[in-house]
Design a protein around this ligand. Sequence first.
Ligand SMILES: NC(=O)c1ccc[n+]([C@@H]2O[C@H](COP(=O)([O-])OP(=O)(O)OC[C@H]3O[C@@H](n4cnc5c(N)ncnc54)[C@H](OP(=O)(O)O)[C@@H]3O)[C@@H](O)[C@H]2O)c1
Length: 272
Amino acid sequence: MSKNKTVDDFFRSFSVVIISGASSGIGRAILSRIGNSGTSASVFNLSRTPPEGVPNSLKFTHLTCDLSQPAALSSVVSELQKLMPREGKMLLINNSGFGAYGEFPAPALDHTLKMIDVNVRAPVELTGRLWEELKARGGMVATVASLAGFQPTPLMTTYAATKSFMLDWSVALDAEAKRHGIRCVAICPGPVSTNFSKAAGFASSTGLSGQTAEECADEAIWGMAKHRPVVITGWRHKILGFVSARLPKPWAAAIGLRVIQRLKLDRFVKKA
Ligand SMILES: NC(=O)c1ccc[n+]([C@@H]2O[C@H](COP(=O)([O-])OP(=O)(O)OC[C@H]3O[C@@H](n4cnc5c(N)ncnc54)[C@H](OP(=O)(O)O)[C@@H]3O)[C@@H](O)[C@H]2O)c1
């Protein structure tokens, strides 16, 4: 069977797809692939701004939601529960997230706490609020973690730790939830050329853009279709992830600090 057909069949096997952060970057590229699959699923996006150019052929609804706000998340889940079909398998893609660069707590403690809310609390809460339904219907929870989740990362301390949390959480949940007919996939991209670096406080590209959003999305989706618990996108990133996960954590942190300092990322940081 061709790769395209496997992916089309994968998306066609769900009656509901819920994705966060499809307004930009990796999430937008995943949404495009869903749009090309010919699925009849009802597709919902949660983010602060709507994605542009969604094809009319898709049964698509954008629900505006700032995932850093627990009240907004809880009301968007009530809306979802009213709008989504009651039967058939469900695919939840926890993708929204952002990073920050600099010595802790740069750029500001409030910003750091908001990052924990969007990167960790929101996906755990969204999954938790849909869990009984997922258990009853079966399906998949795919979570966009990061290559940064494989080791403690100085100068991106909190961001990398949010992604370590999501990586371990997703892998453990997969082991626990298989018997309920739910598979969980942790997607771990290395650097990808998106709005991520702008949101992380850089004024211009850092030159670390290893993959395009489309390349990353294609690998992520293939891993989802194949039910791989962990998908590291990009072959160089696979090697990096394999090595760094095996280093003692203090060594990985010390090496990480040296590598990041050598990249001289400070020169790209947006001036306040
Ligand atoms: N690009 C990379 O190098 C890279 C590497 C590893 C992992 N990742 C992860 O990949 C995921 C997608 O990032 P990306 O690279 O595609 O970056 P992006 O282009 O900046 O997209 C981020 C998405 O997250 C959404 N988002 C951010 N804050 C939100 C909030 N408060 N409430 C709701 N949605 C919010 C944004 O939507 P709105 O602004 O419309 O709300 C946007 O759709 C993130 O989890 C990121 O950590 C990225």
